[in-house]
Design a protein around this ligand. Structure first.
Ligand SMILES: C[S@@+](CC[C@H](N)C(=O)[O-])C[C@H]1O[C@@H](n2cnc3c(N)ncnc32)[C@H](O)[C@@H]1O
Ligand code: SF4
Length: 377
């Protein structure tokens, strides 16, 4: 019971905040070589005919490929796993490259869910974030996917952009809801080490938003989306008519997954490996019939538990430690009760001896709580 992740590492621009493995490459020869390598890697890493729990085409920007190459990519994966039979198949679409033609190609290959990278509807914030589209482009991408028959559309939004006001974020959420999405992901902008944005902050050219404003945005997001009928099933994720994202839920529940493409990570029963990150190095290895993994590690038993708690505590349902004990056959509660106790004492977590959850106060400090659990591994 594994999920499949396919990483498409190309983007139109490299957004200043982004530390994902993505590159600006418009040489279509590189795209062709990427497709040949994906086919090879899939042939060795995914058994033909085995149905994945979910498939996710992420990036980077899968929608950036030309219509012919996009169809080729979907055809390669479809031939291996039978996309039409998979319970959930998602692709990430960016407004600047998604067209009605590509939406129809995806639909014809059994893709039923798309996640659109909107981030903001305000021109000045889109510009600050280096996005290659405007608000109208995001709305047009949404309309094109709906017109092609997609009935499960998710939007990615970001709040806490330097200089952004609470009112602007409220407007963003309202405008997103007007589209009628089936799922929403709302992320607080993070200053990731090594990014252009973080360098600008270190030089004093950019100042992060006031933490109080970010907190108000976070709380407003939950209130507004819950009032609109969305379920806050994870700190940053909201399920509407489309339900939860099965692919992410499987990952948060520490399920097995195979990742193909440069920099893609895989996890099988406590063993994790990550592909070489540069597109050339990854493709060289795969096309020479060599392993594409650049690193691998076997998680120590205590580390496995810590990761399960780190990922699971962000879900509204929390983590069932008794179920975790049964699954991993490890003394989870004996090991982690002393780690959980101070979180409960500080009022950040709730624990009844079986289920561990974030409290209302802990939700605002989810990274701190989950980080403490991970560090105890
Ligand atoms: C890596 S992107 C890939 C999808 C697509 N290329 C796009 O730009 O929308 C996935 C999502 O992660 C979020 N993201 C990326 N970097 C982030 C950061 N530093 N802080 C908060 N959210 C971030 C954005 O909302 C983005 O849509
Ligand atoms: S946020 Fe998306 S479009 Fe921007 S660089 Fe990262 S992967 Fe590419």
């Amino acid at each position: 019971m594994a999920s499949l992740y396919v990483h498409v590492p190309f983007c139109v621009v490299k957004c200043g905040y982004c530390d994902f493995n993505s590159y600006v490459v418009d040489d279509e020869g590189v795209h062709d070589r990427f497709l040949r390598a994906i086919e090879r890697e899939l042939a060795v890493s995914w058994p033909r005919g085995v149905r994945p729990v979910s498939v996710f085409f992420g990036g980077g920007t899968p929608s950036l490929l030309s219509p012919e190459r996009f169809a080729q990519l979907l055809g390669i994966v479809d031939a291996r796993v039978g996309l039409g039979d998979c319970p959930e198949v998602t692709f990430e679409a960016n407004p600047e490259s998604l067209t009605r033609e590509k939406a129809e190609i995806a639909r014809d290959h059994g893709v039923r869910r798309a996640s659109i990278g909107v981030q903001s509807f305000h021109a000045r914030h889109l510009e600050f974030l280096d996005r290659a589209h405007d608000a109208a482009g995001a709305e047009a991408a949404f309309a094109a996917l709906r017109a092609a028959g997609f009935d499960n559309l998710s939007l990615d939004l970001m709040f806490g952009v330097p200089g952004e006001t609470l009112v602007e974020w409220q407007q963003d959420l309202d405008r997103a809801l007007q589209l009628g999405p089936d799922h929403l992901s709302c992320y607080n902008l993070t200053f990731e080490p090594g990014t252009k944005l973080t360098h600008a902050m270190q030089r004093g050219e950019v100042e992060p938003n006031d933490e109080e404003v970010d907190r108000a945005m976070f709380l407003h997001t939950r209130e507004r989306l819950q009032a609109a009928g969305f379920e806050a099933y994870e700190v940053s994720n909201f399920a509407g008519a489309g339900g939860t994202c099965r692919h992410n839920d499987h990952y948060w529940l520490q399920g097995d997954y195979v990742g193909v493409g440069p920099g893609a990570a895989s996890h099988m029963a406590g063993v994790r490996w990550t592909n070489l990150k540069p597109v050339d190095a990854w493709a060289d290895a795969v096309l020479a019939g060599l392993p594409a993994a650049g690193s691998a590690e076997t998680l120590r038993p205590r580390q496995r538990v810590a990761e399960a708690l780190w990922l699971g505590v962000r879900r509204a349902a929390g983590v069932d430690l008794a179920a975790l004990e049964a699954r991993l056959e490890l003394p989870v509660r004996e090991w982690f009760a002393p780690v959980i106790a101070p979180q409960v004492e500080q009022g950040l977590a709730e624990y009844d001896g079986v289920t561990l959850r974030l409290s209302a106060a802990g939700l605002l400090l989810a990274d701190y709580v989950s980080g403490a659990l991970l560090a105890a591994g």
